[in-house]
Design a protein around this ligand. Structure first.
Ligand SMILES: Cc1cc2nc3c(=O)[nH]c(=O)nc-3n(C[C@H](O)[C@H](O)[C@H](O)COP(=O)(O)OP(=O)(O)OC[C@H]3O[C@@H](n4cnc5c(N)ncnc54)[C@H](O)[C@@H]3O)c2cc1C
Length: 220
């Protein structure tokens, strides 16, 4: 899995802070830029603590994500408040086997071997179909959920808070959880106030949304 933050809004915290100040100010928005930095930080902190997060919709982040499974991206694209571009299995022939091995399978040599053998058979059949002039859009039907794919995703900061709440949680599936944690680590460097409490509800809101007090993350 590779994850790279490839773009984000300029002034990722200043603009949301100005937007928050605007709502309670007689000052024209263009003049709010002159507000001292510390005042803007305090305002943003205040609205984030209150959960008034519509102002952070003004900030976007774009990630390039590669070598993740189709299983992961199927879950990722369920997050509707986002924009996506994904490598097409219609136009790209995936001739060489490229797939994710789940760690629990990789940890067991016998299972890993069986898994790899299965993947080799699948790709052999996929290539056979292509050789028989079956279009890639049909040949791909034999490919597994484990198949690697590449995707670019853009989300605004509010949608990302929701994404991290759901996907950094230990109840989320391991691969998308790994992705979410890597993304969060990257953007906390760019927008530390917005994402200071980002993560599962046990971290951000002090309760378990899955009602699981056996979870190792549950606040004791
Ligand atoms: C642990 C886990 C297990 C899951 N298991 C399953 C499963 O078994 N089957 C399955 O189908 N999905 C499953 N999901 C996916 C889940 O149901 C959501 O589709 C996914 O997490 C996207 O979340 P979202 O809708 O909040 O995000 P987004 O689509 O980004 O939406 C963000 C927010 O916008 C609002 N919103 C967006 N669209 C609408 C709308 N049309 N109407 C009203 N409000 C809207 C909601 O407040 C929503 O929370 C699972 C998710 C997790 C985290």
């Amino acid at each position: 899995m590779n994850v790279k933050l490839i773009g984000y809004s300029p002034n990722p915290e200043k603009i949301p802070a100005m937007a928050a100040k605007l709502t309670h100010s007689i000052t024209k928005p263009e003049e709010l830029e002159k507000t001292p930095e510390d005042d803007l930080k305090a305002i943003l902190n205040h609205v984030i603590n209150l959960g008034h997060t519509s102002v952070i919709e003004h900030t976007n982040f774009t990630f390039a994500i590669s070598d993740v499974s189709r299983s992961l991206t199927h879950q990722l694209v369920r997050h509707r408040i986002a924009s996506y571009a994904q490598q097409s299995q219609r136009y790209v022939n995936l001739k060489k086997p490229n797939y994710v091995i789940p760690p629990k399978i990789a940890a067991n040599q016998v299972m890993k071997k069986a898994y790899q053998e299965t993947m080799n058979i699948i790709w052999k059949q996929y290539n056979k179909l292509l050789e028989m002039n079956i279009p890639a859009e049909d040949s791909r039907y034999v490919l597994p959920n484990a198949t690697c794919t590449n995707i670019i995703v853009t989300m605004n900061a509010r949608s990302l808070l929701n994404f991290f709440e759901l996907r950094c949680c230990l109840h989320a599936q391991w691969e998308i959880r790994k992705l979410a944690n890597l993304m969060l680590k990257e953007i906390q460097k760019k927008a530390p106030i917005i994402f200071k409490n980002a993560g599962p509800t046990c971290k951000s809101k002090g309760f378990c949304s899955e009602n699981n007090n056996e979870c190792p993350l549950y606040p004791k």
